[in-house]
Design a binder for this molecule. Structure first.
Ligand SMILES: [Zn+2]
Length: 154
């Protein structure tokens, strides 16, 4: 079984920003505004090889469900650099609590709430839109290195 955390732990996440909203990068889940996100097994196409889809509380240790977060900002920034323009990449911390499965590089959690967000290579206006919509600290960080690593050299 997963561990039960009553006090939140902080993990790092990456989102894509589209039209002023935050979406998860893998399944495109829209993150809710001003409320917690709750994991459900099977949501977003996650299922287990054993056919456990949707029949247990998320996260389960022998499944791959739950809200994912990373332990290091460096890992999150690596993922953020894979997000292609015109999508804006956002990196930030989330509070995780409830049932949490710890993995080598991160966590899978039952509940998550955004703690803060930094928009990479974005404008202050774009950060302000996130700040107002989600009621969280949001910042813009100018950066020109996003995606450059996977573009062919000129
Ligand atoms: Zn599951």
């Amino acid at each position: 079984m997963s561990e039960l955390y009553l006090d939140p732990i902080l993990g790092w996440r990456v989102w894509k920003v589209q039209r002023g909203r935050l979406y998860s990068t893998v399944f495109g889940t829209l993150w809710p505004e001003r409320t917690r996100l709750e994991a459900r097994c099977g949501i977003g196409g996650r299922s287990s090889p054993g056919g456990l889809r949707g029949v247990h509380d998320a996260p389960a240790r022998d499944c791959d469900c739950g809200i994912y977060a990373l332990k290091s900002r460096e890992d999150a920034m690596f993922l953020a650099r894979q997000i292609m323009r015109p999508d804006i990449a956002a990196v930030g911390r989330v509070s995780l609590w409830g049932h949490v499965v710890e993995t080598e590089r991160g966590y899978r959690a039952q509940f998550a709430y955004i703690y803060d967000v930094t928009l990479v290579d974005a404008t202050d206006e774009q950060a302000e839109e996130i700040r107002n919509r989600y009621a969280v600290d949001a910042f813009a960080e100018p950066s020109r290195d996003r995606c450059d690593s996977i573009l062919p050299a000129a």
